[in-house]
Write a protein that binds this ligand. Structure first.
Ligand code: FMN
Length: 412
């Protein structure tokens, strides 16, 4: 069935379902972040959720009326049917054992569960419950039913839950939900852009590298760089939400893990090289957005280097050139995009790297600018192609840029 507006309007519509978990207060952070990100947020709360948090909170944060009952609607059309016409995505966060059971079995006995059976777009759930509840055979059977139907699970995490028990069942960080929702909305734009150009969806294996590396100097010190990993995480997140098989090879970062990706964590440039080469052998596309170290200490001391007051000279040796090695093993049909973070003569250095490493694309950014690049939320880049074209992409949010870059790489 075609939707009336979905993301075609000015703001994409997302339905946030909140059920009666003690983590319901954390949904306020999600509602606030999504509204600020330009989402037309429609909140539906279960009766139990309203015992834990006031609907007024979500009314104020979403700037839209909150649905708490099937029977109090000012319109002729039931609200759960009207919303389903508009919504691009349903996310239930937190999701109780009860709502998971109702979803798995098509029970529609209140506003949220009735909405669930009216919604025909993508669905995400972020469960939150006591670890004993999560382990229950009935709960796990419902989770399997929902996963088999394509419902995306965000968590649960392992850790201490509200009652003090430790185990799997903890609600994921609100940022994980926000990022997954935003990546899903960007993935929809990506799909629309490709469809407009007549590109049919084909599932690809995509490897994305992200973040810095750490090169040990001694057991407590390391050499690293300012890469935050945000651009790579955004690329992995949007690609996964678009339905591709994504492996994220990540250096140390503090970022929330993107949903739907397999993550390979590495620390040094040597580990990153090994992981990228192994994953690239099975991939269609590699996007090297990581900033692996070019040099590492020639010898890492076995014990902590003591302060002596005298000058200390470090002897550095080059690390493996990952893109150089990849260029040699690249098979027909495999594509590689590199990144060039430069502080001067950006386009010139980027083009030289593109040619030397036999890349298909290089994404160049000027990291001397404080408003874009390393650790910022936004980026502005120029993409140089192997065919000699240059495509400028204006300053935008890294998730939006990820969708634009992927549209280019997946077309090629
Ligand atoms: C203080 C409190 C906290 C609760 N926290 C959770 C929880 O984190 N996860 C869960 O599955 N149920 C939790 N429950 C139980 C649910 O609220 C209960 O199963 C309820 O029927 C769920 O209804 P709903 O799914 O319609 O919101 C909690 C109950 C109380 C009283």
């Amino acid at each position: 069935m075609s939707k009336k507006t979905a993301t075609d309007g000015a703001k994409p519509c997302v339905v946030l379902g909140i059920s009666g978990s003690i983590a319901a207060y954390k949904a306020a952070e999600i509602a606030s972040a999504l509204t600020k990100a330009g989402v037309d947020l429609r909140v539906i709360m279960t009766a139990s959720a309203t015992k834990l948090v006031q609907p007024q909170t979500f009314f104020t944060l979403s700037r839209n009326p909150v649905v708490t009952s099937l029977w109090e609607t000012p319109e002729w059309e039931p609200e759960h049917v009207a919303m389903a016409e508009r919504a691009a995505l349903l996310v239930i966060a937190p999701a109780t054992a009860n709502i998971l059971a109702k979803m798995a079995h098509g029970i529609a006995d209140d506003a949220l569960s009735s909405y669930v059976v009216s919604h025909d777009g993508p669905v995400m759930v972020a469960p939150a419950m006591n670890p004993r509840m999560w382990k229950q055979a009935a709960v796990q059977a419902n989770v399997e039913i929902l996963k088999a139907r394509g419902v995306q699970f965000l968590g649960p995490d392992c850790g201490i839950v509200a009652c003090g028990d430790v185990g799997v069942g903890r609600f994921v960080a609100p940022a994980v939900v926000v990022n997954a929702v935003r990546a899903q909305l960007e993935a929809r734009k990506l799909a629309a852009a490709l469809a407009a150009d007549g590109v049919r969806f084909k599932k690809r294996r995509i490897v994305v590298s992200a973040g810095p590396t750490r090169e040990a100097l001694d057991p407590v010190r390391c050499l690293t760089n300012r890469s935050s990993g945000k651009m790579g995480y955004a690329l992995a997140s949007v690609a996964a939400q678009a339905g591709h098989e994504v492996v994220l090879v990540s250096g140390p970062t503090a970022l929330p893990r993107p949903a739907g990706c397999r993550i390979v964590e590495v620390e040094s440039a040597e580990e990153m090289a090994a992981a990228v080469k192994a994953e690239f052998a099975k991939a269609d596309l590699l996007i090297m957005s990581a900033a692996p170290a070019d040099y590492r200490p020639a010898h890492a001391a076995a014990s902590k280097i003591k302060k002596s007051g005298a000058a200390l000279t470090l002897n550095l040796e080059p690390t493996e050139d990952i893109l150089g090695s990849i260029a040699k093993s690249k098979k027909a049909g495999q594509k590689v995009a590199g990144f060039a973070a430069e502080t001067e003569r950006v386009a010139e250095f980027a083009r030289a790297k593109l040619q030397k490493k036999k890349l298909d694309w290089i994404v160049a950014n000027d990291v001397s600018r404080a408003d874009i690049g390393f650790d910022s939320e936004q980026n502005e880049v120029e993409v140089h192609t192997a065919a000699g074209a240059t495509i400028g992409m204006p300053k935008m949010d890294k998730l939006a840029l990820a969708a634009r870059l992927l549209a280019l790489f997946l077309r090629g």
